[in-house]
Design a protein around this ligand. Structure first.
Ligand code: 5GP
Length: 128
């Protein structure tokens, strides 16, 4: 079971942003910007583009809904979208609130936000 499957199953704690029967969204533990969110299919597939066409379309639609909530809840100009998968072998989409393109630099030092701040952000997105 991947670490993200354990998070989606509630076996490992996370700051949940949204979920449905097939998908789960939660804050990245080392965000590039406050509100940096990861969106995953519950089904454990290593590589995003190994999902079936239907699974891929459903994941993207779920990510679209999460991004709309993020844009409402957080001060940002755009929600950036990225797929890397270099670290965790469970397909996931990065959604990053952007004030400028500098907010989406995967090599820049990551933020470390207090637990209360992460919870506040996750709740604000969830309720948007
Ligand atoms: P990638 O696989 O796309 O290269 O990067 C994986 C991302 O998952 C990183 O941004 C990393 O901070 C995040 N990540 C890794 N382990 C955990 C975890 O246990 N919990 C959360 N919330 N995020 C994680």
């Amino acid at each position: 079971m991947s670490i993200f499957s354990k998070i989606a199953a509630g076996e490992i704690p996370s700051y949940k942003v949204a979920e449905d029967a097939g998908h789960f969204a939660f804050l990245d533990i080392n965000p590039m910007a406050p509100g940096h969110t990861l969106v995953i299919p519950r089904r454990e597939v290593d590589y995003l583009f190994d999902l079936s066409s239907d699974e891929y379309a459903e994941l993207m639609e779920f990510a679209r809904k999460v991004a709309i909530k993020m844009k409402k809840a957080l001060p940002c100009k755009r929600i950036g979208v990225a797929v890397l998968g270099m670290e965790v072998p469970h397909a996931h989409i990065h959604l990053v609130p952007l004030q400028s393109e500098a907010d989406m630099d995967f090599r820049a030092p990551k933020l470390s936000l207090a637990a209360e701040e992460m919870k506040r952000i996750a709740d604000a997105i969830a309720q948007a």
